[in-house]
Design a binder for this molecule. Structure first.
Ligand code: FAD
Length: 285
């Protein structure tokens, strides 16, 4: 059964690129940068992984022609390029994608998924980064016990990292479960990335972490262009604009495409209120 798209509309811009571009342009006019994510994950059919790669290649070319003037990154999940089928098949798909990204001066961020693929994703990243250092970045999740070491590993590579809390359900053996512990790790890792890393993305809607990041850069005289804040489309849109108007770089992650259900479910799981919001909209129609 396919759920109707209107349910996801608060978190997913549209089902097609054509309808998503005006959303990106509107955010750009408000002083925001964007990341486009063509949704899809955990693909188990090689043909589908190849067509996902081709769809991303087309996306990069389309953006080069149609999103002129908009500061637009791209995000992709390795499981969409066949990581779960065969790592070298996935690596080959990623190479082809990054080759087109390089030709078009585009930046592609590898999203981070469940802890079963963390090491595989980092190792794929390490294999492509030397060839495309300006075209590819990675994500680390503060809730994982391993992440402080991964932050050092990525700083040594001079890689562009997005730090976020982490959105997948993980056992206590691999991930901190307590919000204060996760926040402590997040701010520690953010400070390392801003001091020693390369233009990190600080991806959170959490006021405590945003305030601590601002205090850290102020106390250490770190200019705002050394990093950027990132938030998700549909979450705290007024805060996105107000942070940008304070002079910080703010990038909004815009998911789109027909395969929106897993992403939408993660956003619902994060907050009970979202379930009520969706239910209310169902009954309003
Ligand atoms: C740009 C970006 C990219 C991301 N990429 C990844 C990734 O690659 N891998 C990964 O595992 N995770 C990713 N995440 C998700 C992230 O790991 C968290 O699950 C998510 O951001 C919620 O954590 P938070 O720090 O925003 O704080 P929270 O404590 O969850 O939220 C703080 C406040 O933000 C608001 N808020 C947060 N979430 C919601 C929501 N769903 N609906 C409505 N309001 C909300 C509320 O006001 C809440 O009180 C990404 C997040 C962002 C912003």
């Amino acid at each position: 059964m396919r759920l109707p798209f209107f349910l996801a509309k608060r978190f997913v811009a549209a089902e097609s690129l054509g309808e998503t571009l005006p959303v990106a342009a509107a955010l750009h006019r408000k002083g925001l940068r964007v990341t486009l994510d063509q949704l899809g994950e955990y693909i188990s059919d090689p043909e589908l992984a190849t067509s996902s790669r081709d769809a991303y290649i087309e996306l990069i070319r389309d953006l080069a022609n149609s999103a002129e003037g908009i500061d637009c990154n791209i995000s992709i999940k390795m499981s969409m390029l066949g990581q779960k089928i065969d790592e070298s098949f996935c690596l080959d798909n990623l190479h082809q994608l990054l080759c087109v990204a390089k030709e078009n001066d585009a930046f592609v961020r590898l999203d981070m998924e469940g802890s079963d693929v963390t090491e595989s994703t980092l190792s794929i990243f390490e294999r492509v980064h030397p060839e495309y250092p300006n075209n590819v970045g990675i994500v680390l999740q503060a809730y994982l016990r391993r992440t402080s070491e991964d932050v050092t590993r990525m700083c040594e590579l001079n890689a562009r990292v997005r730090i976020c809390k982490g959105a997948y359900k993980e056992p206590a053996s691999v991930a901190y479960q307590n919000m204060n512990d996760i926040r402590d790790r997040f701010i520690e890792q953010t400070e390392t990335l801003i001091s020693r890393g390369r233009y990190p993305g600080i991806a959170t809607h959490d006021d405590i972490l945003i305030r601590q990041t601002k205090e850290f850069v102020r106390a250490n005289d770190i200019p705002a262009e050394k990093f950027e804040f990132q938030m998700l489309y549909g979450i705290r849109p007024n805060t996105q604009i107000s942070i940008a108007s304070e002079g910080y770089n703010m990038r909004v992650y815009i998911p789109f495409g027909p395969m929106w259900l897993p992403y939408f479910s993660r956003r619902l799981r994060e907050r009970k209120e979202n379930v009520f919001f969706v239910l209310m909209n169902m009954f309003r129609r």
